[in-house]
Design a protein around this ligand. Sequence first.
Ligand SMILES: Nc1ncnc2c1ncn2[C@@H]1O[C@H](COP(=O)(O)OP(=O)(O)OP(=O)(O)O)[C@@H](O)[C@H]1O
Length: 246
Amino acid sequence: MAALTLARLQPKLLAPIELEIGAGELVFISGPSGAGKSLLLRAIADLDPSQGEVLIDAQPRSLIPAPEWRRRVGLLPAETGWWADQVGAHFAISPAEPAQASAMATPAGAVDATPTQGGFPDEVAQVKGDQLGITGLARLLARLGFQSDVLDWDVQRLSTGERQRLALARLLVNGPEVLLLDEATANLDPSNRAQAEQLIDDYRRQRRAAVLWASHDPDQRQRLAQAAGGRCFVIEAGRLQAESPA
Ligand SMILES: Nc1ncnc2c1ncn2[C@@H]1O[C@H](COP(=O)(O)OP(=O)(O)OP(=O)(O)O)[C@@H](O)[C@H]1O
């Protein structure tokens, strides 16, 4: 579980921001295209320089090594990055398990896509450091509508929505304490969007992760914030302010 605090954080082009997101809290940000939503998320993730401080559970970012910070504070970018030819190469696999993706393929229907009681922790409980047991990964992929043979696929063939769902899986298997989501479901059809929303919600509640989510979709913001008791902010003229109810 982790809370996220922005203490006069000043990303490029934005006024300093004071914001506290509690452990397990969902906060949306919106704003017109070019308002600075991605800049804010990137500044929190320490991918762009910024002024001010960010704290995770009261620990200042400035005292945490950058790789550790980026593991604990996970960013799902709007445009996902892929650095290897095959999907499976982007997932860290436990050396105790077969390294080849094909060994992870399960017969059609063999993956239990039904969350167990308590759901998500079973999947992340398989994570050892940065490494993941096969069962957990297969179940996570199944919850996003994939069979395990997706790990054998060439990245080149992935549709935009497949990239988005696989990038979400890649983010969650690392077990970040805070989620920064940049248009996490923008390219998904309603059914896949609902699956992704449910997975994110399970993760937030069960891991007590602070979630900061940039979304252009007013219905999504209102629906999910209301269900989770979350808050909505908007960036306008370089300032973050509470979003007025529609
Ligand atoms: N490295 C940079 N240097 C200068 N300006 C930048 C840089 N990166 C982004 N910008 C500009 O900052 C502004 C905010 O960009 P940002 O990507 O945060 O917008 P956004 O709110 O996420 O928009 P969208 O909803 O279209 O994704 C844009 O005008 C963009 O062109």
